[in-house]
Write a protein that binds this ligand. Structure first.
Ligand SMILES: [Zn+2]
Length: 527
């Protein structure tokens, strides 16, 4: 199984061969795939346009880590220091502006919105990156990289303004964006009559003499704050060394942010290409227009939930478009996605509750904990297979059903073709539609295969019940279940864990789930 990814560097699909397996690459020895993703500027709640990007990256990470079974080291930055309102480093500082508006310090603002960002990741079933690094905690690394550039004569100073990168000294500046510097329109970059060339950009800006900025720091060149691009170069170098496998971002990063990030990294570190594969996701179209946080238009996941959608309806919608294509977004399209996701769940339920009277398949719709608990029944084999971590290739070899094997193979081929999730969903639907061809003995394998696909890749709760979290929680819990739960609480207080486990099992068998919380417990229906 070979993964092909569209590399913006070559403008073509390339086979993914990580540096650790690349015969042309020798040093330093790597034992994992290294990935860096440009993270958010944490001054407001992330809007869904941002979240689409993180969903696309989640699919990439799942594919590498849970399908291909590569060990992965993933790093994402949090921009918590004021760069200016645009990639071109113009305008007012967003962090300072919004901190004033919310009557808090810039640090408090950043803390608040980092927490909010992480909450959205959770709502959308996006795994957190192993390393999430804040720009303000890595100022030293940024200053050190600027010094490296100064030592190599790549910089110059505009007094009262900042330290600039002298792009005229770089032979292939802009190769990522295929920039034709000669024809680059003047307005496309910040105007500054003191710049040597129009593509030069600020590595570090000096604090204004008459003003104070909250996030300014001392440096050998005086008080100031970093330029827009230096943090990604400095932090990726700190955590992933000078050359690594993958760098992701939105297509809006191609022409300025990533071009500058490449220019300063490659000049400072002397490596080329700095990154083997550069992947970019396309925009979300809101009413045919890219929505920007700075413009004030804001659609958050919370807003969608308030309208009655499940956050994963949005995740599903994102998977229906290829990550390199525009995804149109409006309420109607989200409704369609909601219906499709619900239909998919219904089909799953119909398929796997065929012998419901024996309470067999329903058992496996419950959460992992429950599955662990129902050992000893006829599904012990299924349960073990379902939990056992392995690559897709290894898993395929455990299948005996040709029908299941072929369906899975087709889905994997689509995924390996530059992460074609719409195609994966189409094949999944076809498979469920033609499931009457599946022999009863093959059902177990089909279930395990789809469960793995859900758990390791899609993460849209295919095995869940339909309806929003709110609806589920508000459902009535019968008195009988409440009593069992109370008894269980007492048993736990008495440290009679055997009894408390027994009571939990009783609750589960009545199709309720009990979860311990800070204030006691929470009960939800499971079927
Ligand atoms: Zn970046």
């Amino acid at each position: 199984m070979k993964l092909h990814l569209y590399n913006t560097l070559s403008r073509s699909k390339e086979e993914f061969i990580p540096l650790m397996e690349d015969p042309k690459y020798h040093w330093p020895k790597k034992d994992s795939v290294w990935l860096y993703s440009c993270g958010p500027t944490v001054y407001r709640d992330p809007h869904i346009w941002n979240m689409r990007a993180y969903i696309c990256r989640d699919i990439l990470r799942n594919t590498l880590e849970k399908i291909m079974w590569y060990p992965l080291k993933s790093v994402m930055n949090m921009t918590d220091v004021g760069h200016l309102t645009s990639d071109e480093d113009e305008g007012e500082d967003k962090m300072e502006k919004w901190a004033k508006r919310e009557k808090m310090t810039v640090r408090q603002l950043a803390d608040k919105y980092i927490a909010s960002f992480k909450r959205y990741l959770q709502m959308l079933n996006i795994d957190e990156y192993q390393i999430i690094c804040r720009a303000t905690n890595h100022i030293k690394e940024q200053i050190a990289m600027i010094q490296q550039l100064e030592e190599k004569w790549y910089t110059y100073i505009i007094p009262g303004d900042g330290v600039y990168m002298d792009t005229g000294k770089i032979k292939d500046y802009g190769y990522l964006a295929r920039l034709d510097i000669q024809w680059l329109k003047e307005w496309a970059r910040i105007e500054n009559e003191n710049k040597k060339s129009k593509t030069d950009f600020g590595l570090r800006k000096f604090s204004p003499v008459d003003g104070h900025r909250q996030m300014e720091r001392d440096s050998p060149r005086g008080k100031g704050f970093p330029g827009r691009h230096i943090e990604c170069s400095a932090m990726s170098s700190r955590y992933l060394w000078d050359q690594f496998d993958l760098h992701t971002g939105g297509v809006d990063h191609i022409s300025v942010h990533h071009v500058n990030e490449i220019a300063q990294s490659e000049c400072a570190l002397g490596t080329h290409p700095r990154v083997k594969y550069r992947l970019h996701n396309q925009f979300l179209n809101l009413g045919g227009k890219k929505q920007s946080k700075s413009e004030g238009g804001l659609v958050t996941v919370d807003a969608l939930v308030e309208k009655g959608f499940h956050p994963l309806d949005f995740r599903y919608l994102c998977l229906t478009a290829h990550y390199r294509n525009f995804l149109d977004f409006n309420e109607e399209l989200l409704e369609t996605a909601q219906n499709s996701r619900n239909n998919l769940i219904k089909k799953m339920q119909k398929l796997f509750s065929f012998n419901q009277q024996k309470n067999q398949w329903n058992a496996v719709f419950l959460n992992d904990w429950t599955i662990q608990k129902i050992r000893g029944d006829v599904h012990a084999k299924v349960i073990i297979d379902f939990d056992y971590p392995m690559s897709y290739e290894t898993f395929k070899n455990t299948l005996t059903s040709k029908y299941v094997g072929d369906a899975l193979e087709e889905m994997m081929n689509a995924l390996m073709d530059d992460l074609n999730t719409p195609q994966v969903l189409a094949i999944l639907n076809q498979t469920l539609n033609s499931s009457d061809q599946v022999e009863e003995v093959e059902m177990k394998e089909l279930f395990v295969a789809l469960h793995r696909l859900e758990k390791n890749l899609l993460k849209i709760w295919l095995f869940d019940r339909i309806g929003s979290e709110k609806e589920k929680k508000s459902e009535e819990v019968p008195e009988e279940i409440r009593k069992l739960a109370e008894k269980r609480t007492q048993a736990k207080k008495d440290k009679d864990y055997a009894l408390s486990d027994e009571l939990r099992d009783k609750i589960i068998k009545k199709w309720f789930q009990i979860k311990d919380t800070k204030d006691g417990y929470e009960i939800t229906k499971t079927s």
